[in-house]
Design a protein. Structure first.
Length: 184
């Protein structure tokens, strides 16, 4: 499944409305959608598969997908991109206002361990449209994931329309954390 088609599936589920995760579901049922509205609980999905969970302590449901873009310089993928929709309760009856887009480094094995991570998350669509989630004045978080002392992860909340725009492009170049990668 391509990056764009994977995102379209996630958007379709979110826009239609999501019911409570089903706790008795088998992991193999995680991708099956009943009447277009039920997502099976899956807390550790493989890359490019939908994860879903209801967090009782937070009284919040989350639906997410993890994508590991290709490194443009060659070598193992150094960055994980995560898209998460979180909402109170177990059902979303309207389009979400925002999607959390996170870029974090691969912690083990660390790729390019001597390269300083930077608070950068930019998307280049079809060679011309540029979406910079960390430009001056943008609201984003810069926090630590791999170590407790050095920030290395960017999280930005963006409107759903931005994710749709990225999902509609087949070849997306990404500058994340000071590394150049591609979503294909």
């Amino acid at each position: 499944m391509t990056f764009a088609s994977t995102l379209v599936v996630v958007l379709w589920l979110v826009v239609l409305g999501i019911c409570a995760p089903q706790p008795r579901a088998r992991v193999s049922d995680a991708q099956r959608v009943d009447t277009g509205r039920t997502v099976r609980i899956k807390t550790t999905p493989p890359l490019r598969e939908i994860g879903a969970n209801y967090f009782k302590a937070l009284k919040q449901s989350q639906v997410w997908i993890n994508i590991e873009p290709e490194l443009l310089e060659g070598g193992p993928p150094p960055v994980l991109v995560n898209l998460t929709v979180a909402f109170p309760g177990v059902r979303l009856n309207h389009e979400p206002l925002s999607v959390a887009v996170r870029a974090q480094p691969r912690c083990y094995p660390k790729v390019f361990p001597d390269r300083v991570r930077q608070p950068i998350l930019r998307f280049q669509l079809a060679g011309s449209t540029r979406i910079d989630l960390t430009e001056t004045g943008a609201a984003y978080q810069w926090l630590a994931s791999c170590s407790k002392s050095q920030p290395d992860t960017v999280i930005a909340h963006v409107p759903l329309t931005v994710v749709r725009q990225v999902a509609g492009t087949t070849n997306v170049k990404v500058e994340a954390l000071g590394l150049r990668v591609a979503l294909r």
